[in-house]
Design a protein around this ligand. Sequence first.
Ligand code: SF4
Length: 414
Amino acid sequence: MSADKKVTFKKIKATGQMRKIMADYFYDLDGAVKDETQKVAWCTSVGPAELLLSLGFKVYYPENHAAMLGATRQATNYIPVANAIGYSPDICSYLTSDIGAYLKKETPLSRAYEGIEGIPKPDVLVFNTNQCRDVQDWLAWYSREWNIPLMGVSTFRNIGEISDEVLAGIVQQLKDLVPKLEKISGNKFDIDKFRETMAASKECTELWEKVLETNMASPAPMSFFDATIHMGPAVVLRGSQTAIDYYELLLKEMEERLADGVGAVEDEKFRLYWEGMPIWGKLRDMSELFIGLNTAVIASTYCNSWIFKAFDPADPFLSTARAYTEIFIVRDEEYKEKYIEDVVRNFKLDGILFHDSKTCPTNSNNRYGMPERLEKRLNIPSLTINGDLNDLRCYSEEQAKTQIEAFIEQLEAM
Ligand code: SF4
């Protein structure tokens, strides 16, 4: 096998529809900024989006914007700008690239969507620290810059069992947000709207999970690299019928692939788990490399992070607290190892690839002996590559390629 052979990408037909609904989403946000009667909230990616939507806010996710900066390979132009105002090169490169881009008055949104001049200025900034502290600091910067209210939820982290006390604390924080958000939105909180939005999010989440689970089949129909793009609507459009319709379409296509025996990788020989953040600026190169090695990277913690099984419209506050607390990133090592073990077994994986992402310690699970423990427990090899989600200066393509090729040779020899 050679990583340098000519490779064939299997284009996902639904991509055109995804591009359209993402464009509509950004135009809608842009329209809301220009319309004084509409209010915009910024929300961290696993923040209380359903609550905000139910209060009539248009919701923008700065992490999605930062991932665009990474995917368009612009991030490294902006990170030093944020470093110059005191934000360390060692902290989240989503944060530094996003703030740097703002300071340079540039955004990939203007390049992608004609007529959009900038990011949508919000009326409120809402965080959930379930994933890391950086999201709060990130929004705090904009809060100071624009003098806009900042509020959110502080979550316990490194949790094993989720106790009632933990959930009660988060429920209270969510309820405390309501009067403040009512004042900003000008709308009265309506629990039925909250339930409806949650029901739509739940349907979106279940469809997205089904899409990801088609990869239990061999050959697997969708690569991790495709999934990082196609999860966009689950991130920014959850809570809407548009997202539901999109995942019905995508699921149908993946089921057709299953029926026709079409895999994302021609002649699939090995199946891998990707643990950690994507390297946004290298998705295409990585995808090409693995196709060339007849290796399907088909399961990940990252894409599974937008599966919120606990959503329950009958109890929207408690189930919001549960859904956004039980995600992988919030949990302790024991939970994480068991989670990965289950995925490895269910998806019949041959190895685990850990991405040690320089500026995202919370999503780099290789640092405290987990790869070694999982190798022993599952009797499969793992590989750790060094890189970063957005800062490509932390990533050596040559080194990663050599490591990955050697890893596949190791799998062949087993
Ligand atoms: S989880 Fe990592 S990538 Fe995401 S905002 Fe936090 S530090 Fe940045």
